[in-house]
Design a protein around this ligand. Structure first.
Ligand code: NAG
Length: 120
């Protein structure tokens, strides 16, 4: 009994560890749809400035939290870059200061000139 009990416990621990390790990969990679939805509450600020809406900071925070791998961060970077050039009226100095205003460390500048392939 003692021996088989240990084997079963080791087996359960191994299965749990596999689930924990593989969980981030099971989640969908970041898409531009996710980025656009997260940024939607920020648009007014990005165009006109003023106070940053809490919903905007929450969007940036969840986006940053979702970008766990280099590939995710590059994808998010490319989406932000595209969004910053395709949405009319965005003030880029507001865009690049936004993460700082939300207290989020985004490891690249949100700007049309950002080279997303260099994002780690
Ligand atoms: C962006 O905002 C800054 C700071 O308020 C302002 O000085 C600049 O003129 C604005 N740029 C555009 C393109 O509106």
């Amino acid at each position: 009994m003692g021996r088989s009990g240990v084997v079963i416990k080791v087996g359960i621990v191994a299965v749990l560890m596999c689930m924990v390790v593989s969980a981030p990969h099971a989640e969908a990679a970041i898409t531009c749809g996710t980025v656009t939805v997260s940024l939607a509450p920020c648009l007014n600020y990005l165009k006109k400035g003023g106070p940053v809406p809490p919903a905007c900071c929450n969007g940036i925070k969840s986006l940053n939290a979702a970008a766990k791998t280099t590939a995710d961060r590059q994808a998010a970077c490319n989406c932000l870059k595209t969004a910053s050039t395709s949405i009319a009226g965005i003030n880029l100095s507001y865009a690049s200061s936004l993460p700082g205003k939300c207290g989020v460390n985004v490891p690249y500048k949100i700007s049309p000139s950002t080279d997303c392939s260099k994002v780690q």
